[in-house]
Design a protein around this ligand. Structure first.
Ligand code: ATP
Ligand code: MG
Length: 596
């Protein structure tokens, strides 16, 4: 029976002759390396799923690769079900395409660039919009070929500023990236919705708790971009959602309301007060015996500029005023007309030059006219507020817009906080952390326009293709699944992506013929029934062997020992409730596992 092909739906891997632990490279560690920051990273290394080669670059050990392949296969099945077609684009891409799209300049140091022996520029793909658009402009000729949705599961390289958390933010990682091509916007949005649904199915099948949230569309604009976030406290993203409605958005995008309905009348006179050494709003209000919400903080940003000759000139300084308990949202700031070409925080030198004072005592009163002041919607409605006096060691109280300084420009510039009203008005916002594992994005004609990718319509007229792009962090999903599934003993995999679903642990495999025969038979029968099973033939002490499989996180464990066999029984334990053991009749064990 050995080597029979697996027929079960769960067994998506190529069937092996035998899957025995001795010949399978299992390499666990008692301790996690000290540079492993989060539990998924620690457990993946300890369980021998991955091995670090360089910062953000990992080897997939056989055990880890099995789970990675299972994730890939679920993604592949659902992409195919949704009508997408798989191809494989080269990892190495010529610079010319990136120059054509303009991203050769824009992408920055995350893009790994190199030269070949002829001194020609190339990149290792961090993503493939350019190459797929080039493919489309050659291959798609007529409206009759549309819509088209192409995807690949491929290694990506991004020279991340801070690779960390193991496979969660690697530099080399596996991504599923897909791209749709349609005749018009209506078609493109249909393709988008199809992918959105496919993603729902994928992450459900992967056994994850996740949320689809509205996301920023950056320079492309429009309202069609969703991130799929796996809920986890260790996530790098913050999600704002409303428990009373279906509102959910990345905090980058979530609108923050004005929490002061109308600006109060001025009741105080402006007064300069000494606040030596009090650079933080909290310290200032404590000294003055005021509420934090009566104080304003200023953030100074700079947008670099060039003159007609292309020479760098003084940057545009933009001062952003926020109520002291609120935080700047940089994505929102990046949409201001003065900052949309790019901005940075002003340096201390630039601040001293613009305000005549060091940070900590800055404010919008009496400043140079070439400094642009924006107030967040809430800050704009504050009255009798406190801000810096632009003089070291001093603040001003009783400041009022209009009376003491010009009315500011206003915009939503802060992060939402818990308790803010949801934009749909249905309840208060709550926040939770998430790991972005997927992203669907309506691109419009951004790339097709730049690369002149067109098709001929019914009238033989060339029309620009409408595009969407759809990414899934395949390797990041391994980490995300572990963040959601683990205990003191180790990983608890969702059944669908565990490296094996069942392990047989025989006691005294080589010495006891009775055990060997029974274990081999159960193994063969499970295999024949399509169960993804491994037999541990390593002759380890039971405690050590069990601890290893608990660490690796295989869902079902069958222990075969002489004592049980004499009663015609084997012992079964489920990883989630590993302490509870159950004796099962030997002849029933295969059916029992299948039922589970
Ligand atoms: P992030 O905000 O996390 O950097 P991104 O917006 O750069 O993500 P996309 O370009 O949309 O990500 O890439 C698609 C998917 O690839 C992401 O949803 C994420 O799951 C995954 N991904 C992105 N960067 C990495 C990385 N450095 N390591 C592992 N997976 C990644
Ligand atoms: Mg990124």
């Amino acid at each position: 029976m050995r080597g029979k092909k697996c027929t079960s739906k769960n067994c998506t891997l190529i069937s092996e002759k035998t899957m025995r632990a001795r010949s399978f490279f299992i390499s666990t560690l008692k301790e996690a390396p000290s540079d492993a920051d989060i539990v998924s990273q620690q457990l993946m290394i300890r369980a021998g799923m991955i091995k670090k080669l360089a910062a953000g670059v990992y080897t997939y050990m056989p055990m880890g690769l099995r789970s990675l392949r299972k994730i890939e296969n679920i993604i592949r099945e659902e992409m195919n079900r949704a009508g997408a077609i798989e191809l494989l684009l080269p990892m190495v891409q010529p610079a010319e395409l990136w120059q054509e799209s303009g991203r050769w300049e824009k992408y920055g140091p995350e893009l790994l660039r190199f030269k070949d022996r002829h001194q020609r520029d190339f990149v290792i793909q961090p993503t493939s919009e350019e190459v797929i658009t080039d493919f489309a402009r050659q291959e798609i000729r007529s409206w009759r070929q549309l819509p088209v949705n192409l995807y690949q599961i491929q290694t990506k390289f991004r020279d991340e500023r801070r690779p960390r958390f193991g496979v969660m933010r690697g530099r080399e990682f596996t991504m599923k990236d897909g791209y749709s091509f349609d005749r018009d916007q209506e078609g493109a949005l249909k393709s988008y919705d199809k992918m959105y649904e496919a993603y729902q199915r994928i992450f459900t099948r992967l056994g994850l708790t996740f949320r689809a949230v509205a996301a920023d569309t950056g320079s492309i604009g429009g309202d069609r971009s969703h991130e799929f976030q796996v809920i986890a406290d260790t996530g790098e993203d913050l999600i704002a959602y409303c428990p009373e409605s279906d509102f959910a958005a990345n905090i980058e995008l979530a609108p923050a309301p004005c929490v002061i309905p109308t600006r109060g009348q001025a009741t105080e006179m402006m007064q300069k007060v000494p606040t030596p050494g009090k650079e933080k709003c909290e310290a200032v209000v404590e000294l003055l015996g005021r509420e934090l919400t009566s104080s304003m903080k200023s953030v100074v940003l700079a947008a670099d500029r060039v003159n007609e000759k292309g020479e760098a000139i003084e940057p545009q300084i933009v001062m952003i005023m926020l109520r002291a308990d609120h935080d700047l949202n940089e994505v929102k700031a990046g949409k201001l007309p003065e900052l949309k070409e790019g901005f940075r925080f002003a340096t201390d030198e630039e601040i001293v030059k613009a305000f005549g004072c060091k940070p900590g005592y800055l404010g919008p009163v009496g400043i140079k006219s070439d400094i642009v002041v924006y107030a967040d919607l809430t800050a704009a409605n504050m009255s009798d507020f406190i801000c810096g006096a632009n003089e070291e060691g001093f603040h001003i109280t009783g400041v009022n817009w209009g009376r003491d300084l010009p009315m500011p420009k206003t915009a939503d510039l802060r992060n939402v906080v818990e308790g803010d009203m949801s934009p749909d008005g249905k309840g208060a916002i709550k926040l939770q952390r998430g790991i972005e594992v997927g992203h669907v994005f309506y691109l419009g004609t951004k790339y097709s326009q730049a690369l002149n990718a067109t098709y001929l319509d019914e009238n033989g007229k060339p029309q620009v293709l409408e595009m969407g792009c759809y990414g899934i962090g395949v390797s990041r999903l391994l980490g995300a699944a572990i963040e959601q599934g683990h205990d003191e003993q180790g990983i608890i995999w969702p059944e669908s992506i565990a490296p094996f679903t069942t392990v047989i642990c025989p006691m005294n495999y080589s010495k006891s013929e009775m055990v060997r025969e029974a274990a081999d038979k159960i193994y063969e029968d499970l295999k024949a029934a399509g169960v993804d099973v491994i037999l541990d033939d390593r002759e380890m002490r039971p405690g050590v062997m069990f601890a290893e499989w608990e660490l690796i996180g295989v869902p079902h464990r069958i222990v075969v020992g002489e004592r049980g066999l004499k009663n015609g029984e084997v012992e079964y334990a489920y990883r989630r409730t590993i302490k509870e053991k159950q004796m099962i009749k030997t002849e029933d064990i295969v059916q029992f596992i299948l039922n589970r």
